[in-house]
Ligand binder design. Structure first.
Ligand code: ADP
Ligand code: MG
Length: 563
């Protein structure tokens, strides 16, 4: 038979391990959450695979997780009868970090414990968190369907390498044995562990079991200890909203999102009627490390009648809501649904539009209820939401309501004003929403185009994000008011222009006819037209883009793209 082999961790894995142990030290107990979370995922995967191959359940169909502590051996052992791992899977899953962009991301780590803990949190803590409390970790695992003699024993001290050897194992699934460090022996204490698990795993839908404590009598009689279930063990999204505590929602979020931080807000709904489904959707507080990576994971976890079907089901939400995490559980889809089928199923389309509305409503509610949290959301995901009006024409008014801008009202760079705020401050007789686009906030707010608006006390949105020009073109109007670029075309302030201003402009145009013609001659071929304006109060001249030309910002984006 094959022998024990020693292998090195992948560089990134080694780095992460080291940093994890140091920076998450003050929050040791999270290792339990991570290992139970993995065991639960393993059960989900087995249930899913057994839909097509029931024999994988062997003689052991009741999926569960057990946790056993032992003060004598100074260990805590977490066992599941889920999917298990083959030798290759063990090497891949417990020896490397496969996610793309990892190496890039790890360069951001600073050595400052607090900051790094935050960064690692965004990355996802995972299996390696076992080494926060253990100086040696053993994994015994057999993949469902493989014979008992193809089980694997993995072992490591969490430094440079790990060993792997074949073993016999009758039980299917995975057992993780943590040999506790001297400073973490509290995790060999049954009561301590019990309370942590209660805190972290009520939302886990399969039973998490520990030994029942025995009476003196039972111990005297030498009775064998029995297991008892210590969590709620029911899919959280199936429960009634009123029964679920906030802490449970938060823990569930951490489980499904692999995010270390709490979510900003969530929305839990059960829909009955023509289509029956439950959804639980979350808005994260922090962006995942790979949000701007095109192949980054996105989408919800899909269940059909409580059975896990797939992660990252992208068909249930539009791309501009890709930051949303959550679960959808449908009663109408078939258990053998695939990504291809999802794409064609009209039921999925109706669910998508309902879920999109839910998310937009949730954001609107958050904006009303908690401006500070909404600002956090906007700073992190505002740029993504700005893709919305182009992708989702039907909801563009709803999305527009959620946008936030910097404006000349206070000239601050921070984007805090909604279009509704702007409208509430509009001048008597003002019919349009004015905006100016600049390469930076400073450039926008110092634009000569603003001079006349400042003079008249008319507010202008100060736009400087790359997508802004394009966004405004997509939107076109809001609440029946046109969005007007003040750096474009002839400026007609309509009723906002006093009669005398108009007369003054006509008079000037007449007086300076010769000058205008001369300048026009000199700039022949460089500009389309030279004209007298009432735009400016201090600057002598400015450049204006035609009404139907591409904006300056768009032009630059296209130039950068080599067009
Ligand atoms: P994540 O859970 O985010 O994928 P982890 O570091 O927690 O990352 O786990 C890495 C991988 O190891 C998992 O994706 C899974 O494939 C495998 N794994 C971990 N624990 C188990 C387990 N108990 N049973 C089966 N596979 C597991
Ligand atoms: Mg995990």
């Amino acid at each position: 038979t094959a022998e024990k082999e020693t292998m090195g961790f992948q560089t990134e894995a080694k780095q992460l391990l080291k940093l994890m142990i140091h920076s998450l030290y003050s929050n040791k107990e999270i290792f339990l959450r991570e290992l139970i979370s993995n065991a639960s995922d393993a059960a989900d995967k087995l249930r899913f695979e057994s839909l097509e191959a029931p024999e994988l359940l062997e003689e052991d169909p009741d999926l569960k997780i057990t946790v056993v502590t032992n003060k004598d051996t100074k260990t805590i052992t977490i066992t599941d009868n889920g999917i298990g791992m083959s030798k290759d899977e063990v090497i891949q899953n417990l020896g490397t970090i496969a996610r793309s962009g990892t190496a890039e991301y790890l360069k951001n780590l600073t050595g400052d414990k607090k900051k790094d803990a935050q960064l690692i949190g965004q990355f996802g803590v995972g299996f390696y968190s076992a080494f926060i409390v253990a100086d040696r970790v053993e994994v015994f695992t057999r993949r469902a369907g493989l014979p008992a003699n193809e089980a694997v024993h993995w072992e490591s001290t969490g430094e440079a390498d790990f060993s792997i050897e074949p073993v016999e194992r009758a039980e299917r699934g995975t057992q993780v044995v943590l040999h506790l460090r001297d400073d973490s022996l509290d995790f060999a204490d049954d009561w301590r562990v019990r309370s942590v698990i209660k805190k972290y795993s009520d939302h886990i839908s399969l039973p998490v079991m520990m030994y029942k404590s025995q009476s003196e009598e039972e111990i005297k009689e030498g009775a064998l200890p029995e297991f008892e279930t210590i969590n709620e063990a029911k899919a959280l999204w199936v429960r009634n909203r009123t029964e679920v505590k906030d802490e449970e929602y938060i823990e569930f979020y951490k489980h499904i999102s692999h995010d270390f931080n709490e979510p900003l807000t969530w929305s839990h709904n059960k829909v009955e009627g023509k289509l029956e489904y439950a959804s639980l959707l979350y808005i994260p507080e922090k962006a995942p490390f790979d949000m701007w990576n095109r192949d980054a994971n996105r989408g919800v976890k899909l269940y059909v009648q409580r059975t896990f079907i797939m992660d990252e089901a992208e068909q249930f939400l539009p791309l501009y809501l890709r930051f949303v995490k959550g679960v959808v559980d449908s009663n109408d889809l078939s258990l053998n649904v695939s990504r291809e089928i999802l794409q064609k199923d009209p039921n999925v389309d109706s669910m998508k539009s309902a879920l999109t509305k839910r998310v937009l409503d949730m954001l609107e509610k958050l904006a009303k209820k908690d401006t500070e949290k909404y600002q956090t959301f906007w700073k992190t995901f505002g740029q993504v939401l700005k893709e919305g009006p182009a992708e989702d024409f039907a909801n563009r008014e709803k999305i527009a309501k959620l946008l936030r801008f910097a404006t000349s009202h206070d000239n601050k760079a921070e984007q805090t004003h909604s279009l509704d705020d702007y409208i509430a401050r509009m001048k008597e007789g003002q019919k349009e929403i004015f905006y100016v686009v600049g390469e930076s906030h400073a450039m926008a707010s110092n634009s000569p185009h603003l001079e006349v608006f400042r003079k008249k006390g008319i507010e202008v949105l100060l736009l400087s994000d790359r997508v802004d020009d394009w966004l405004m073109n997509q939107l076109g109007e809001y609440d029946g008011k046109q969005l007007k670029d003040v750096g474009r075309g002839e400026l007609d302030l309509g009723e906002l222009d006093a009669e005398e201003d108009k007369k003054q402009k006509e008079k000037l145009a007449k007086e300076h006819k010769d000058l205008v013609e001369r300048v026009q001659g000199i700039l022949e071929g460089k500009v389309q037209e030279v004209r007298v304006t009432n735009r400016l109060t201090d600057s002598p001249a400015c450049l204006v883009v035609g009404d139907y030309d591409i904006g300056m910002q768009m032009k630059r984006i296209l130039e950068q793209a080599g067009q």
